[in-house]
Design a protein around this ligand. Sequence first.
Ligand code: GTP
Ligand code: MG
Length: 302
Amino acid sequence: MTNRAGFVALIGEPNAGKSTLTNRMVGAKVSIVTHKVQTTRARIRGVALEGEAQIVFVDTPGLFRPRRRLDRAMVAAAWGGAADADIIVLLVEAHRGITEGVERILEGLEDIGKGRRVALAINKIDKVPSERLLKLTQDLNQRFDFAETFMISAEKGHGTEHLKTWLAEQLPEGPWLYPEDQIADLPMRMIAAEMTREKLTLRLHQELPYQMTVETESWEERKDGSARIDQVIYVMRDGHKGIVLGNRGETIKAVSKAAREELTEFLGRRVHLFLQVKVRPNWLEEKERYSEMGLDFKDGNK
Ligand SMILES: Nc1nc2c(ncn2[C@@H]2O[C@H](COP(=O)(O)OP(=O)(O)OP(=O)(O)O)[C@@H](O)[C@H]2O)c(=O)[nH]1
Ligand SMILES: [Mg+2]
C-alpha cells in the first residue's frame, strides 16, 4: 500500500468547534477549547493517522470581522491556513445555520477554495432535530460547490470517523510528513502557555480573556525528572491584574492548579508551574507578543 499525507485546514466562525474536532481527530488535546468565541489565536497543527494516511489537521482561529491588530492577524492566519492546505473543511454550526459570518466565509472561499477540495461539516448536530439538517445542507450546497457534506458532532463523536476516512482517501500519495508518534507541531512552551490561557479564559468574564496573553518565560528540566515552568500573564490594566489574581489570590491559584494538572498529564511527569501577572498596556501592539503567539505581526497591519 502507498502512503498518503497532507494538510486539512478546519475553518469556520469562532466557536464552530474547530479545536474540538482537531482534538477528536488527533485523539489527544492539542488545541485549547472554551465556550467563548475567539479562543484559538494561531494555527495549531495536530497529526492523525488513518490507515496508510497521515492527516495533518490545521486548526485555525475563527473567521470574523476584525477590529484590532490581533484580530486582523488571527483572521489572516486562518485564511493563510486554508490557502496552504490540500483540503479545506468548513464547519458550520447546525443550530445557527447560515449566519452573516458564514456568508462572508463562503465569499472568501470562492477565491481561496479554488483548485482544492472544500468539504462542509455541519457540526453540533446533537443540538438540533435531524429534520432541520437536510434543509441546511441543501441551502449551503446551493451557495457553494462542496465536494462532500458531513453531519457531525465533534464533541460527541458522531460522524467524525466517516469524515476522517473520507479525508484520508482524498489526500495525495506521498511520504508522511511527521514521525509516526508525533501528534502536535507546536513548541512545548507554547502548548504550556495555551493551557494556562484556557484555564484563565474559562474563569475570566467579558472582555478580559481578549485583553490578555500568556507566555512561557523559562522551562527548566530538573534532575528529579520534573519540569519547572515559569509563565507570564500580560494584562493591559492594573484593574485587570487584580481580577486575574482574584480575592486573596484565589483566581490565579485555581488557574495555576488546573493548568499544572493538565500539563502534568500531558507531559507524563511532575510539573512546577509559576505564574506571574504583568501589566503591559500596549502588549497588543508589540511585535514580540505576536511571534510568541505564532502570529505574523505584519498581518495585523491595516
Ligand atoms: N453541543 C456541542 N457542542 C460542541 C460541539 N463541538 C464543539 N462544541 C462546543 O463548542 C464550544 C466551542 O468549541 P471550540 O472547539 O473551542 O470552537 P472553535 O471553533 O475552535 O472556536 P474558536 O477557537 O474560538 O474559533 C465549546 O464549548 C465546545 O465544547 C458539538 O458537536 N456539540
Ligand atoms: Mg479554536
